[in-house]
Design a protein around this ligand. Structure first.
Ligand code: PBG
Length: 338
């Protein structure tokens, strides 16, 4: 800040610029549009819509409902949708064997959504946790999550998703080297246009709680006595900042087109640092717990839901995001007049 060029009060009265709607609009620094949103959505294997108890206002969608939602996204000007599967417990196993199923609900949803609205980008989570009976994102041996064995499974899963028509692979597992492995496999398969948005700086967070209910994942540590009860050996320590920079640097070097910081609002400092350091498209994931907090406080009349939604989304733009993955996408787009 150059104080030499700054007038002093009373010549300087910053409230002059705030006196009317027109002055505020004229000097506004950041803008939110429906094009800033990636709509996050849970898909289930059954029919119709099934509410998620911990996320009032969010339903798990059948494949047919997901296709309708893609049409809705196009109408609202939302450029992309991120899908997450709820898999029946009977099809889960220790290694997430169904993660690469070409006839599974993810492949079917991608095809149905691309058929219904080809102009809308579809993003898939590359991770085993919806498919493992223990809820971890990797293959476990002697109580440890194996890096390389997990990457092999992730590559199969990612290739299947891309072959089904998925536009953006979003590895959310936090194994070392998975972005490079995915990029190499895509190139070898001739899938040179498939985008990768890496969950580059993903923290071991309490804010994923409602998501685990939504996809029906097991309580961590409940499947076997030597299984970890948290994801701290692969997801990041919330106390760290420099490490986020190293994670993002690696993922960009390995071929990520876009990077993500997750969760969102508690990590705005990380977003700002990543955006400033790399000047690459940087996204935030406003996760399930962030949704649940605003929804719960709004439902109780403790905060104004609409205003809190828009304020939280604007915070991401202010922090330097190109866009936000959010469960509020359709409602926020409508509030923006879409
Ligand atoms: C799985 C995954 C998680 C989320 C997205 N992908 C949960 C986790 O890592 O435990 C969280 C999404 C949300 O909370 O909205 N790898």
């Amino acid at each position: 800040m150059q104080s030499a060029s700054l007038a002093a009060y009373p010549a300087l009265r910053l409230r002059r610029l705030r006196q009317a709607d027109w002055t505020r609009r004229l000097v506004r620094e950041h803008e939110l549009t429906p094009a800033d949103f990636i709509w996050s959505m849970v898909i289930h294997e059954g029919e119709g819509r099934v509410p998620v108890a911990a996320m009032p206002g969010v339903d798990r969608l059948s494949v047919a409902e997901a296709a309708k939602a893609a049409v809705e996204a196009r109408k609202l000007g939302i450029p992309a949708i991120a899908i997450f599967p709820q898999i029946d417990g009977s099809r889960k196993d220790a290694v997430g064997g169904m993660a690469a199923d070409p006839n599974g609900v993810i492949a079917r949803a991608v095809k149905a959504m691309k058929d219904a609205a080809p102009e809308v980008g579809i993003m898939c989570d590359v991770a085993l946790d919806p498919f493992t009976d223990h809820g971890h994102d990797g293959v476990i041996e002697n109580g440890k999550i194996l890096n390389e064995a997990t990457i092999e499974r992730l590559v199969e899963q990612g290739l299947m998703q891309a072959q089904a028509g998925c536009d953006i692979l979003a590895p959310s597992d936090m194994m070392d080297g998975r972005v490079g492995a995915l990029r190499g496999a895509l190139e070898s398969a001739g899938l040179t246009d498939t985008l990768i948005m890496s969950y580059a700086a993903k923290y071991a967070s309490a804010f994923y709680g409602p998501y685990r209910e939504a996809i029906g994942s097991a309580k961590l540590g409940s499947a076997a006595p030597d299984h970890p009860s948290n994801k701290a050996t692969y997801q990041m320590d919330p106390a760290n900042t420099d490490e986020a920079i190293r994670e993002v640097a690696l993922d960009l070097a390995e071929g990520a087109d876009m990077v993500m910081v997750k969760p969102g609002l508690p990590y705005l400092d990380i977003i700002r640092r990543v955006a400033d350091t790399f000047k690459a498209p940087t996204f935030a994931f406003q996760v399930s717990g962030e949704y649940a907090m605003i929804a719960a406080a709004g439902a109780n009349g403790w905060i104004d839901r609409d205003r809190a939604v828009m304020e939280s989304l604007m915070a991401f733009k202010r922090a330097g995001c190109a866009g936000v993955i959010t469960y509020f996408a359709p409602e926020a787009a409508r509030m923006l007049g879409a």
